[in-house]
Design a protein around this ligand. Structure first.
Ligand code: SF4
Length: 389
């Protein structure tokens, strides 16, 4: 039977430091051999980035370790993706698990300080993290210097190269770096990790690989109207579960379509999506992703195309205004969707794909193309179902 861990905690009240110690115990220091051990366990459990990249964490630390001690760990709490609220929930209920993870990583790479990167509207998360820092300092437990930094609200506010730019005092926009292994350039490393990722590193530091809960956190939105999501809830599921298991557990029984992975994700017919696994590696084998752990449900009776068009308009408005194919191409795609001109949509997509400076346009085009695909598949299936005899 599936037993909830992080999700169990996220629906509880905020864990102050006393409750955290009571539940998880004190954080074991992670310098030297203890750090090497945790690094090995991170690889053993296959921990990947929970902000949407799903890049292996142990691998991400490689170039940072090679750069030598020093630098900064960034707790990236900017969830620009409208379909995700899990990081806010984690910060507001398990702030000390996030700090444990950040301290573990800082000790492993020899970082000198920690930055909490938040959207300017994230007052409740800032309040919870600020209280957690004060609780730690009051307890006398070791804590590196921690600073809060504020990002303008928007889809790209948490994009990792935009975060690095912001931390360096530059405009918060994706940076076209030639060296993806050293996106911080030639200065001291700036290692950016999503909030849930750090909470998981914190949890692994307490449980060890043997007891580590193999789960995923999902923001499940039960309705969408013109790109506006309602009835969002954060749920936890086992990696061996399917989307159908999540639906059954949370009473989702009247869905027509789902959008998997958020506004840059993929559309699916709901009955077919029930069979999809949640394990990131299995999804990846099918060319799919949960993104930042996002499942958006279109209730039965609502059409897909207006939702896809509304999302395309929203995402076109999120462009950082640096690349022509993105600035001019995405609004054209959104307008073609408005008019139901699916052939034009696909032609435009072919022209724009791969030409943006960051992943935003390709993500939007993935969402748009999958909408066209599932609509055409549905029409084909419906036509095939008509009896001519
Ligand atoms: S592709 Fe769009 S969002 Fe990305 S850097 Fe270029 S203009 Fe900005």
């Amino acid at each position: 039977m599936f037993v909830s861990h992080l999700g169990q905690a996220v629906h509880a009240q905020r864990f102050d430091y006393a409750a955290h110690i009571d539940h998880w115990g004190s954080r074991p220091m992670r310098r030297g051999r203890a750090g090497t051990e945790l690094h090995r366990e991170v690889a053993e459990v296959g921990l990947t980035g929970c902000g949407g990249s799903h890049f292996p964490i142990a691998k991400k630390w490689g170039p940072v370790l090679a750069a030598g001690p020093g630098g900064t760990v960034v707790i990236n709490g900017a969830e620009g993706e409208p379909g995700s609220v899990k990081d806010a929930v984690v910060m507001q209920t398990q702030p000390h698990l996030v700090l444990d993870g950040a301290m573990n990583v800082a000790e492993i790479i020899g970082a000198r300080d920690i930055i909490i990167w938040l959207e300017e509207s994230a007052h409740a998360s800032a309040d919870s993290m600020g209280k957690a820092i004060a609780e730690r300092q009051h307890s006398g437990d070791p804590l590196l210097p921690i600073t809060m930094m504020w990002a303008p609200s928007g889809y790209l506010s948490g994009e990792s190269t935009a975060v690095i730019a912001g931390v360096r005092g530059e405009p918060v926009a994706p940076t076209h770096t030639l060296d993806r292994a050293r996106p911080w350039g030639h200065d001291l490393p700036i290692l950016v990790h999503n909030v849930e990722t750090l909470a998981r590193v914190g949890m692994l530091g307490h449980t060890g690989a043997g007891e580590y809960p193999r789960t995923v956190l999902i923001t499940l939105s039960l309705s969408i109207e013109e790109g506006v999501l309602t009835d969002r809830r954060v749920v936890e599921a086992g990696v061996s579960d399917t989307i159908g298991d999540v639906f059954d557990r949370h009473g989702v029984d009247a869905a027509s379509w789902i959008l998997l992975g958020g506004f840059a994700g993929t559309w699916h017919q709901a009955d077919q999506a029930r069979l999809l696994p949640l394990a990131p590696d299995l999804l990846r084998n099918n060319g799919l992703s949960l993104g930042a752990g996002i499942v958006i449900v279109v209730p039965r009776g609502r059409e897909l195309l207006p939702q896809a068009a509304a999302i395309a308009h929203i995402m076109a408005g999120e462009s950082a205004g640096q690349c022509g194919p993105c600035v001019f191409g995405l609004p054209a795609v959104a307008k073609a969707l408005d008019r139901g001109r699916l052939g034009d949509v696909m032609d435009l997509s072919m022209m724009i794909k791969g030409r943006g400076g960051c992943g935003l346009p390709d993500g939007v085009l993935r969402m748009v193309e999958s909408a066209v695909d599932v609509l055409q598949e549905k029409v084909g299936a419906d036509d095939g179902g008509v009896s001519h005899g």
